[in-house]
Design a protein around this ligand. Structure first.
Ligand code: ATP
Ligand code: MG
Length: 548
């Protein structure tokens, strides 16, 4: 098997030397918020590896922090992973290992490798030392094993108030790595846990629970982001001293995904939700997976984006236009085309009679012949977009001008005859005529025209509302990076009563379309008496230069 990145290099080698036989990874979200596009990167790596090497990938909900976690988040995480197109092997929780973790703590105490410390959080912090100075040993460091066992048992049984005692690993207060300076591994916390309820009054710290969960579960490669690099010695210390059998899990770090102008911290996203700045976690402006889903981004495009970003060891920032590019590339192949007129201008075709109509067939998607075709009907009165006619055309204007010709997409060529103006001098109605036999295949079809424009006959048109979302953050001005200073208060634009061909209401309720010459849109749910709503997914034009 070929390796595609440095993580796979390690795996290929571990398989070759038979250090491992079945590759086992896990995706370990903390259920304290909804997943975002950054998590997709981790999902893509962990599930991608298990798929590629025919291994196992578990979903491990890292629920060691009972006060911030919620079942709502667990459900959303599962829904999002499934939507992205991945399947986990086992669904597990860090709390499933609370007994094992507790037994490991006992084992460490018995080995003289852990002790109960009565320091407060502040005292522990104050004696931790700095990057240049060693830490100070706690006066409780040399408690006897039996005293530690008794105190830890009393911590567990509720004898002491929250925060009054902790269990610390006994490692090295002068280690150059601060994480190794007798880190706290258990704390007292009276909190109702979403799964274990009131069973526990003590909870393991992440740095202790995580390696134990990995080892107990048989994870071979524990893939995490770079901030955990300095925690790796502690990870290895825990795995080794708790006597787990081989193969022991190996932690490998990669660079987290950062996207320019994109908020990617659950804490901050939660704040946007809680303050009502956005309409929930699934607001189409949110970089959450449920937000991207509502926005209309196809899961395949998100997966492709993660592959294109690649796996790196150094942090960097990705241009959000790369994601747009992947979405556009996907929709270009998969989205049906439809005609919508955003700013309607009425046209009367004087040589079509009131009760006369022409039926044309139009391909649903020229890139996907099997998607079939649908019909559009041309009648005497129709709408075109007001931007497709100009009384004073700028240079290179390839649309309709006075006395000019233009082709109605899928239909006839029309010729402008007369313009009826509003009081302010803007066009109110255009009087045109159609050129007989100018539809595709007709004898006049090869007449030279300036361009092709979309249109909708007035009696067939349905009113739709177009929701256009912009970035939540403005570009930084004068180097101000703070998100709060950069919030975009103008991140939603709505066009009401755009005119659409009826085809846009057919098909599945969340169908994606290319509104020809406009943008890609997805149908959104709407209330009974509301006009149908569509949300802009991405523009048609590519502003991003991708090297293939
Ligand atoms: P946040 O800072 O948004 O709360 P987190 O790292 O605390 O993120 P977790 O739920 O702990 O969120 O993350 C689950 C997994 O996803 C972890 O392995 C984490 O390293 C990974 N992950 C989170 N954010 C990113 C990102 N931006 N790029 C790549 N992986 C990420
Ligand atoms: Mg985390």
């Amino acid at each position: 098997m070929e390796a595609d990145n440095f993580i796979e290099d390690i795996i290929v080698n571990d398989l070759k030397v038979q250090k491992v036989t079945t590759v086992c990874t896990r995706f370990p979200p903390e259920p304290n918020g909804y997943l975002h596009i950054g998590h997709c990167k981790s999902i893509s790596i962990n599930f991608g590896i298990s798929n590629k090497f025919k291994g196992i990938c578990n979903l491990r909900l890292d629920d060691t922090n009972p006060t911030k976690e919620d079942v709502e988040y667990v459900d959303s995480i599962k829904e999002d992973i499934v939507w992205l197109g991945y399947k986990w092997d086992a669904e597990l929780y860090a709390s499933d290992y609370f007994d094992i973790t507790y037994n490991c703590a006992i084992k460490l105490i018995e080995k003289g490798l852990a002790y109960v410390c009565d320091f407060s959080a502040e005292q522990i912090h104050a004696t931790r030392g700095t990057l240049t100075d060693p830490g100070l040993e706690s006066p409780f460091r040399n408690r006897t094993i039996s005293e530690n066992l008794r105190l830890f048992d009393e911590m567990k049984n509720g004898k002491y108030p929250d925060g009054s005692k902790v269990l610390r690993a006994k490692i090295d207060m002068s280690s150059p790595n601060i994480n190794m300076r007798d880190p706290v591994i258990y704390r007292i916390l009276r909190a109702n846990h979403h799964r274990t309820k009131d069973k526990w009054l003590i909870y393991p710290m992440y740095d202790f629970a995580h390696p134990i969960g990995d080892a107990a579960e048989g994870i071979t490669h524990s893939i995490c982001t770079l901030e955990f690099e300095d925690h790796r010695p502690l990870y290895d210390w825990v795995v080794n001293n708790c006597d787990f059998p081989d193969p022991k899990p190996r932690q490998i770090e990669f660079a987290r995904l950062n996207i320019k102008n994109t908020v990617m911290s659950k804490r901050y996203l939660k704040k946007l939700v809680d303050t009502g700045f956005v309409d929930g976690w699934n607001d189409p402006r949110m970089p959450t997976i449920c937000g991207l889903r509502k926005r209309g981004f196809p899961p395949e495009a998100i997966r492709e984006f993660c592959l294109r970003v690649g796996v790196a060891k150094a942090n960097s920032e990705v241009d959000p236009m790369l994601l747009d590019f992947c979405v556009r590339e996907n929709l270009n192949i998969n989205a049906d085309r439809a005609m919508v007129v955003e700013h309607p201008l009425k046209v009367i075709i004087e040589n079509i009679l009131e009760d006369e109509s022409f039926v044309f067939s139009i391909e649903n998607n020229p890139n996907l012949p099997e998607s079939g075709s649908h019909t559009i009907i041309l009648r005497r009165e129709l709408y075109i977009d007001s931007s497709d006619f100009s009384l004073a055309p700028p240079p290179k204007y390839h649309r309709l001008v006075e006395n000019g010709l233009v082709r109605l997409k899928g239909g006839f060529i029309i010729e402008h005859k007369k313009t009826e103006l509003n009081d302010d001098g803007t066009p109110n109605t255009l009087i045109c005529s159609y050129i007989p036999n100018s539809a595709q295949g007709g004898i006049n079809s090869s007449m030279k025209v300036k361009g092709v424009i979309q249109w909708v006959s007035i009696t067939d048109a349905v009113d739709v509302d177009l929701y256009k979302y912009n970035s939540l953050l403005n570009d930084p001005v004068n180097g101000v990076l703070d998100f709060n200073e950069r919030l975009n208060y103008d991140s939603l634009n709505i066009t009401r009563q755009a005119k659409a061909e009826p085809f846009v209401l057919l098909g599945d309720p969340n169908k994606r379309f290319q509104f020809m010459r406009m943008a890609y849109y997805i149908r959104m749910p709407s209330q009974a008496l509301e006009s149908p709503k569509f949300c802009l997914i991405v523009s048609l034009k590519d502003k991003f230069n991708v090297m293939h």
